[in-house]
Design a protein around this ligand. Structure first.
Ligand code: FES
Length: 332
């Protein structure tokens, strides 16, 4: 219900776009590229490198996909979708139900993964389909003469989306590919790459959680400060543990107490009781639902807070995180 209500709200406030699928193409094993164009021939709203759009899929699901074309383009949006048969159905719906000629409803581009304005150099680490926002960043960095290197890790050449596009680009010399399932001379030596970066370089990574955890842990061990680390996970699987139990949230401002059942999120429990907290990704990625915790111990399940912010325990992401204490007192 919350997704439907949000879509209606956004339609009323002109935050939604209708686009046509102009092209659908296989760009690697299990990965399809979709080209989206406006339905009225007008230019699409501009986007910055690192942006994504919410796509309202046939069947009622909403999913976020990064825009992976050159951000200087206004005649199209490109998204690439990896099919995940073990996922929650979003990628299957894109692969099976969306075809050339179809009209889709999408959000305006949003960006939670900006290129730092102050960086003098950058290093980008892409794991698999995580290449999508980083490819758009590479286009932008190349166009502005920004110094960067893109390290792109996949399982095999066949699973490497955009190989030809990268090879024929003006920045191909700045891209290094690694294939974990193929014999190769080139192995990603994270500590060595990180040590040889400009001391003020910023790091950007996107990909599966294990990949990003490894990149970020290596950077922290090499002494990179948090303000130089930028990351984004899309279609993250919400961590559900068999030991998850119910707990209560007390709302300081509205003086109410809501029980969160073992099988629901805090956002779902609040929404069922008529309390709406703004959400976007609902996967602990974007930070939209960030809420102050006044008392109690959060059980952080997000990908947004830094280790220091988690440690402080005074804020959490109620779309995915839970409680270690029996009650959380929230600033709501
Ligand atoms: S809605 Fe994105 S982190 Fe909660």
């Amino acid at each position: 219900l919350s997704e439907v209500a949000r879509a209606v709200d956004e339609l009323r406030s002109d935050k939604l776009l209708h686009v046509r699928v102009a092209h659908k193409e296989i760009v690697a094993q299990d990965i399809l590229l979709f080209e989206l164009v406006s339905t009225n021939g007008l230019p699409l709203p501009a986007f910055s490198a690192g942006s994504h759009v919410d796509i309202y899929l046939p069947g009622g699901l909403t999913r976020q996909y990064s825009l992976c074309n050159n951000p200087a383009e206004s005649h199209r949006y490109h998204i690439a979708v990896l099919r995940n048969d073990d996922g929650r159905g979003g990628s299957r719906a894109m692969h099976q139900l969306v075809d050339k000629g179809d009209t889709l409803t999408i959000s305006l581009p949003k960006n939670h993964f900006h290129i730092s304005e102050t960086a003098t150099a950058s290093v980008l680490f892409a794991g698999g389909i995580g290449i999508t926002p980083l490819l758009s960043m590479a286009e932008r960095m190349s166009a502005t003469g920004h110094s960067f290197a893109l390290h792109y890790c996949t399982r095999s050449r066949a699973r490497t989306a955009f190989w030809e596009r990268i090879e024929s680009s003006g920045f191909s010399d700045s891209v290094f590919c690694y294939f974990s399932e193929e014999p190769t001379d080139l192995l990603l030596d994270l500590p060595r790459v990180l040590r040889t970066c400009d001391p003020n370089a910023h790091l950007y990574t996107c990909g599966p959680k294990g990949f990003m955890d490894a990149v970020l842990m290596a950077a922290r061990e090499e002494g990179w400060s948090e303000d130089r680390l930028h990351y984004e996970v899309f279609n993250a699987e919400l961590a559900k543990l068999p030991t998850d139990g119910s707990f209560e949230v007390e709302l300081a401002k509205s003086q109410r107490t809501i029980r969160v059942a073992a099988n629901e999120t805090v956002i779902e429990a609040l929404s069922a009781n008529g309390i709406q907290v703004p959400v976007s990704c609902e996967q602990g990625v974007c930070g939209t639902c960030l809420t102050r915790v006044l008392q109690g111990q959060p059980d952080h399940r997000d990908f947004f807070l830094t280790p220091e912010e988690r440690e402080a325990g005074d804020q959490f992401l109620p779309c995915c995180s839970r409680a270690l204490s029996s009650t959380l007192l929230l600033d709501l």
